[in-house]
Design a protein around this ligand. Structure first.
Ligand SMILES: NC(=O)c1ccc[n+]([C@@H]2O[C@H](COP(=O)([O-])OP(=O)(O)OC[C@H]3O[C@@H](n4cnc5c(N)ncnc54)[C@H](OP(=O)(O)O)[C@@H]3O)[C@@H](O)[C@H]2O)c1
Length: 372
């Protein structure tokens, strides 16, 4: 224990006991919902865990970036970005020419990566994560791109630098999926999975069952903040393919890339087809499946007719996942009405995990070279 303690360097800006310094890269729907949570509903939960979070940096693409080692005023950050303004006047320190410069210099213990999903390459998020882990920052992300594209490499990097890489929000927002398997199913192998995991597609199909057009339903999903920055990623099945790879890679030890997924989306589905399925007691839903075929693990995405009453016959933006295990048979998790607050909770939950790991190992927070 004494050796581990000796490794912790004293910070120049004094940290209070139990305080975690957080840098937010991405301040869109999820980042802002998380910030609003910190200002309101998370307060009590943080206090009860004796955990203090200090947001020392926020970076965006077009709204600039701000770093302040003493802690940023989140109310001001929210007001500026929500009014379409810029964060630059809140910045204290050397100029930040890029998001990567932010990651490399922000005086934080943990990088929370919340930039938009790039379903084709997982970039630049993967580069951000590499840079953060390489300098000894823990990483929390809801961006499934890096997990789908570079999971084993990033995990190795995290291990080498003795950091945590947590990503509960990558699939089903804050609903425990990765935590469920890692904490509650000791010794279980995941043999396969099936799920309706794309809230936008499920919302659109539900609204089409009710007579709305696909375009109108997509606009509703965008207004609710649940659609990807480009909703074609949702409707064409890319988002589900990336989630399928994330599940297969983390839970089944696969190395599947989204391009290898056999994928069909819901773009061409006609309203008559959706309504006729309902009349026959079935629902069309975009289903992602992962299965083992000998030593290979295969992920597929396609619309399927699901009998009403089946756990996957979700409504609205609900999401459902069934895991097939060797020791526990089939188990399922269900998220009612997925929304950005639930996505933001995933960040809170990962940070709380980080805090408890720090407490359990007694090693405190990582020693990032620049984080002084
Ligand atoms: N929305 C949900 O319900 C939900 C649920 C689970 C997971 N997720 C995942 O969480 C992540 C964030 O989602 P979101 O809905 O918050 O997205 P969003 O509203 O599109 O916000 C993305 C944020 O990232 C910033 N950004 C994008 N590219 C950047 C870059 N190259 N460098 C620096 N900043 C960059 C944007 O900056 P500007 O503001 O300047 O454009 C914006 O602040 C995504 O990966 C998404 O897949 C979202």
């Amino acid at each position: 224990v004494s050796v581990k303690r000796a490794e912790i360097r004293a910070p120049a800006v004094r940290r209070r006991r139990g305080e975690l310094r957080v840098a937010l890269l991405g301040f869109g729907h999820v980042g802002r919902a998380f910030a609003r949570g910190l200002l309101g509903p998370y307060r009590e939960a943080l206090a009860s865990r004796k955990l203090r979070l200090r947001v020392v940096g926020v970076a965006t693409r077009v709204h600039g970036a701000a770093v302040d080692a003493r802690g940023l005023d989140l109310t001001q950050c929210l007001a500026r970005v929500e009014a379409g303004g810029c964060l630059a006047s809140l910045h204290r320190g050397a100029p930040l020419p890029s998001a990567l410069a932010f990651v490399r210099s922000v005086p934080a213990d943990v990088l929370v990566e919340l930039t938009s999903l790039d379903p084709l390459r997982g970039e630049p998020a993967t580069t951000h994560l590499r840079a953060a882990l390489s300098r000894g920052l823990h990483v929390v992300t809801a961006n499934k791109g890096p997990v789908a594209f570079a999971w084993s490499e990033l995990k190795r990097l995290a291990r080498r630098h003795r950091c945590e890489l947590l990503h509960e929000g990558a699939v089903m927002d804050g609903t425990p999926v990765f935590n469920l398997v890692s904490r509650c199913l000791p010794g279980c192998r995941i043999l396969g999975f099936r799920g309706t995991l794309n809230s936008t597609s499920s919302h659109v199909l539900t609204r089409m069952e009710e007579g709305a057009s696909l375009e109108a339903a997509v606009r509703e999903a965008q207004a609710a903040g649940i659609a990807e920055a480009d909703p074609r990623a949702d409707l064409s099945g890319w988002d589900s393919a990336v989630k399928g790879c994330t599940l297969a890679n983390v839970l089944m030890g696969a190395t599947v890339r989204p391009r290898e997924v056999r994928r069909r989306g819901i773009v061409r589905i006609q309203p008559e087809t959706v309504r006729s399925a309902i009349e026959r007691g079935r629902r069309i839903r975009l289903v992602v499946r992962g299965s083992r075929l000998g030593r290979r693990i295969r992920v597929r995405v396609a619309p399927e007719e699901i009998p009403l009453g089946d756990p996957l016959s979700t409504r609205g933006s609900d999401a459902a996942l069934i895991l097939q295990t060797d020791l526990m048979g089939e188990i399922g998790v269900y998220e009612r009405g997925g929304n950005v607050e639930q996505a933001a909770y995933a960040i809170f939950s990962d940070l709380a995990t980080l805090a408890s790991l720090g407490a359990i190992t007694g090693r405190g927070w990582p020693r990032s070279r620049e984080a002084t």
